[in-house]
Design a protein around this ligand. Structure first.
Ligand code: NAP
Ligand code: ZN
Ligand code: ZN
Length: 353
């Protein structure tokens, strides 16, 4: 075991503070990674503040990890020392259930080992995320990063990128599809870039009028202000597909009405509260409402390669490790353009000086 510098939430009501995590020595199938950048996802906040009621403290969040391989086990074949690699929301799964066999490890029936707030499959020890200097993981759950991509903007692809890519693919969004992306935050802005790259007609549905120019710059063809009742009425029965990335409770019925016949709305935002649903919002136009959780390893690699090919990265604001608490407050007031990314390399250098 080696101690690594990190920051952790020790309780739901206190800010993150410096903390040490133990990392195992790399086993035969493991890679050891020096973390360079880690994105700040809204799920980190839900977890650090125990909003989903499932947090075990202390928790070291962070599941948008890009780093450099520093050591490999004897049986590692996929990665070499010096490679730039990524880790997303999970570091292991049962590998044998029907969903793992299908490459949908995020839905593992045997229980996923999440990157933080979870337990290692191998030894049952707590997992700790990317707000730390280094991580050790099985090579099968480590992604290759295309060499042309800028690294700070690549980190958010590991969660925000795959979480939006996967449902856009599943629902076959492409040329001729009218897509609405709800919420222009970390997930939403990646949803806009990806849906536009797939050739869809993209509308941002946002509560923030100040984001209209950015929405268009990111690739949206139009902008719908959700508080503008007349504009909402005009968009009734308009969209084929809506991706809802909103993190806070909101009335799903208002947005379901915007779907045309057979339209689907997929929830990726996970507000902790239950939200009532009116059946006739679905029955009236044979609409469907579904959800989606990140993506499997194979699809995550496909997404990274797609982003490499199209030179797509996240729009980021780089912060220091000691600015994470402040970043959480800014995310909660929708003041993020459009993902905070921690410069973990600078944090490590600072410690070494
Ligand atoms: P984020 O950067 O904070 O973006 C969320 C956006 O939602 C905000 O920018 C804002 O957009 C909108 N919003 C916030 N509060 C709102 C309110 N009260 N009413 C209406 N709109 C509001 O968060 P994120 O990192 O993209 O994550 C979004 C959600 O997805 C979180 O719940 C997170 O836990 C979840 N998530 C799910 C998965 C998955 O696999 N399903 C993966 C990652 C994250 P506007 O200003 O444009 O309105
Ligand atoms: Zn996330
Ligand atoms: Zn499984």
């Amino acid at each position: 075991m080696t101690n690594m510098n990190a920051i952790a939430a020790l309780s739901a009501t206190t800010p993150l503070v410096p903390f040490q995590v133990e990392r195992r020595q790399p086993g035969q199938h493991d890679v050891a990674i020096d973390i360079l950048y880690c994105g700040v996802c809204h799920s980190d906040i839900h977890t650090a503040r125990n909003e989903w009621g499932n947090t075990t403290f202390p928790v070291v969040p962070g599941h948008e990890i890009v780093g450099r391989v520093t050591a490999i086990g004897a049986h590692v074949s996929k990665h070499r020392i010096g490679d730039i690699v990524g880790i997303g929301c999970f570091v292991d799964s049962c590998r044998t259930c029907v969903n793992c066999a299908a490459g949908e490890e995020q839905y593992c029936e045997g229980g996923v080992a999440w990157t933080y707030n979870s337990r290692e499959k191998s030894d049952g020890r707590p997992t700790y995320g990317g707000y730390s200097t280094a991580i050790v993981a099985d090579e099968s759950y480590v992604l290759r990063i295309p060499t042309n991509l800028e690294l700070s903007g690549t980190a958010p692809l590991l969660c925000a990128g795959i979480t939006t890519y996967s449902p856009l693919k599943y629902w076959e969004v492409g040329p001729g599809t009218r897509v609405g992306i709800m919420g222009l935050g970390g997930l939403g802005h990646m949803g806009v870039k990806l849906a536009a790259a797939f050739g869809a007609e993209v509308t941002v549905i946002s509560g923030s009028p100040t984001k209209e120019a950015d929405a268009r710059r990111l690739g949206a063809h139009s902008f719908l202000l959700s508080s503008d009742e007349a504009a909402m009425q005009r968009h009734k029965n308009h969209f084929d597909f809506i991706l809802d990335t909103v993190s806070a409770p909101h009335d799903y019925n208002r947005y379901l009405q915007l779907l045309r016949l057979n339209g689907n709305m997929t929830l990726v935002g996970i507000p902790p509260e239950a939200i009532p649903l009116r059946a006739n919002m679905l029955t009236g136009r044979r609409r469907s409402l579904s959800g989606s959780l990140i993506g499997g390893i194979r699809e995550t690699q496909e997404m990274l390669d797609f982003c490499g090919h199209h030179n797509i990265v996240s729009d980021v604001e780089i912060i220091r490790m000691d600015q994470v608490n402040e970043a959480y407050d800014r995310i909660l007031s929708s003041d993020v353009r459009y993902r905070f990314v921690i410069d973990v390399d600078a944090f490590r250098q600072g410690i070494q000086q």
